[in-house]
Design a binder for this molecule. Structure first.
Ligand code: ADP
Length: 191
C-alpha cells in the first residue's frame, strides 16, 4: 500500500487534486473536512459537536477527529492506499496516525504540500464560498483565523514528516493539470 498525505493551507486545492489522484491510482480519499460536513448534514451527535468549532474556524478536538478518522481507515482495509486530506492537522494527530498505521503494518510514504500564498488563499476561499454553502468560507475573519491556525498548529506537521525524509513542497499555483502532473511525478518516485 502507498499512503499519501496531501498537505497545504485551506483552499490550496487538496480536494481537487485528491479527486484526480483517486481516479489515477484508485486510492481511498479520506478528507476529515468532508467527513465532518457529511456528519453535520445528517445532524449526527458527532456533526453537532463539530459544528461550533468549524463555524469559528477552529480545529475540532483531537479525540473526536482521531476517532472518526480511525473508523474510516479500519472499515476500509482492502484499498491500494489512502490519501489523507486535512489530516493530520497537528502533532498529536501525526502520532495517532503513526500508531494506527503501525497497527495495520502500514506507514506514510510521502507528504506532499501544496504551497499557496495567503492572499491567493483568501481570494479562492471567498470565491468557493459563493457556491459551496460552507459557512466557514464566507467570512474573511474566519478565513484569516483558519490560516492562522494552519500556521501555528498545522505547519509543524510538515517538519514532523520532513525529519523522516518524507515531506516535499510543491507549487500550488498553476493549472490543475500541471500541479497534478507534478504530484504524480513525486508520488511515482516512492516505492
Ligand atoms: P479547509 O482545508 O478548506 O480549511 P477542510 O474541509 O479540510 O477545509 O476543513 C474544514 C474544517 O473542518 C476545519 O476548519 C476544521 O474546523 C475542521 N477539521 C477538518 N479536519 C480537521 C482535523 N484534522 N482536525 C481538527 N479539525 C479539522
Amino acid at each position: 500500500m502507498k499512503n499519501l498525505i496531501l498537505f497545504g493551507p485551506p483552499g490550496s486545492g487538496k480536494g481537487t487534486q485528491a479527486a484526480k489522484l483517486v481516479e489515477k491510482y484508485g486510492l481511498l480519499h479520506i478528507s476529515t473536512g468532508d467527513l465532518f460536513r457529511s456528519e453535520m448534514s445528517q445532524d449526527t451527535p458527532l456533526g453537532i459537536e463539530a459544528k461550533n468549532f468549524i463555524a469559528k474556524g477552529q480545529l475540532v478536538p483531537d479525540e473526536v477527529t482521531i476517532g472518526m478518522l480511525r473508523n474510516r481507515v479500519i472499515s476500509n482495509p482492502d484499498v491500494p492506499g489512502y490519501i489523507f486530506d486535512g489530516f493530520p492537522r497537528n502533532i498529536a494527530q501525526c502520532e495517532a496516525l503513526d500508531e494506527l498505521l503501525a497497527a495495520l503494518n502500514q506507514d506514510i510514504h510521502r507528504l506532499l504540500m501544496l504551497e499557496v500564498a495567503d492572499q491567493e488563499i483568501i481570494t479562492r476561499i471567498l470565491s468557493r464560498g459563493q457556491s459551496s454553502g460552507r459557512t466557514d468560507d464566507n467570512d474573511p475573519a474566519i478565513i484569516q483565523h483558519r490560516i492562522d491556525v494552519y500556521k501555528s498548529e498545522t505547519m509543524p506537521v510538515f517538519g514532523y514528516y520532513a525529519e523522516k525524509g518524507k515531506a516535499f513542497k510543491m507549487d500550488g499555483i498553476g493549472t490543475i493539470q500541471h500541479i497534478f502532473e507534478a504530484l504524480c511525478r513525486s508520488f511515482d518516485e516512492t516505492t
